[in-house]
Design a binder for this molecule. Sequence first.
Ligand code: KIV
Length: 275
Amino acid sequence: MSSTTLYGGASGRRVTVRDLAAAKQRGERWPMVTAYDAMTARVFDAAGIPVLLVGDSAAMVVYGYDSTLPVTVDDLLPLTAAVVRGSSRALVVADLPFGSYQTSPGQALESAARFMKEAGAHAVKLEGGRRIAPQVEALVSAGVPVMAHLGLTPQSVNVFGGYRVQGRGAAGDELMADAKDLQRAGAFSVVLECVPADLAERVTASLDIPTVGIGAGPATDAQVLVWQDMVGLTPRPARFVKRYADLGADLDRAARAFAADVVSGSFPGPEHAYT
Ligand code: KIV
C-alpha cells in the first residue's frame, strides 16, 4: 500500500483517527515518524507520512538531555505548533511529557487542552498501562483522541533500570491486559516499544485499534522511528533502527567544505554578491 491511501483522497483534508481505524480493518500498514519543526514536517507530510509525532524524544534530539524526563509542556508546545504549521495532511500527535498527566485525569485534560488549543495538535500520546486508563477515559470523553504507549516507556527508565526489552515471559500477559484496558478506555491506537515480536503480533491480533511498533517486530499495524535515527544523525542508534540516509556524514562534509571555503576566501564568489 502507498501511505497516500490514508490521505483522504482528493479532498486534501488531514488524516483522522477514523482513517487509521479503517486502515486496520483493511489490513493496511502505515508509517509514523517524529517531527519537531516546520521544515521537516513539510518534507514528511509531502512524502505521504500520515501521522507525525512530536515526541518527548525532543528532550534528547532537540534539547540535548540524556533522557526524556526533563522536557516540559512549555518546551514541547512551540515544537508542536511548528509541526502543525509545516504540515497540511498528516495527523499531528503531541506527546504529553513526564509529570503532565500522571497526577489525575484533570491534570491530563489540562495538559492535553494546551496542546490542542495553543499548538493545534490533533491527538495526544501518553505512556503507561491500566494505571492511566482513567486519564484516557477523561481525555476521550472530553474530545481528545489518545494514542497509548506500552512496553519500554522511556519516562519510566528509572524503574526499568535502563532501556531494556519489556514484556518477556509473564510480563507479556500483563502487557496484553494493559493493551485491552487502554482500548476499552477509548485509546485510538497503542505504541508498542521494545517488546518481543511474537508478543506484538499477539497484541496486534487481539486489538481492534492499530498498534504502532518501534522495536516490536514486523507484525504491528504501523511502524514509527525517530527521524534523526532513521537518517543517520544519531551516533549509536538502537538495534531496531534502520538507516535510510547518512545525513550525519553529509552535514559533516558540508560544514567542513563551508569552513574551508571561508578560510581560503573562495566563498562567497561573485555569483553570491550583490552589485
Ligand atoms: O518520544 C518519542 O519519540 C516516542 C516514539 C519513539 C514512539 O515516544
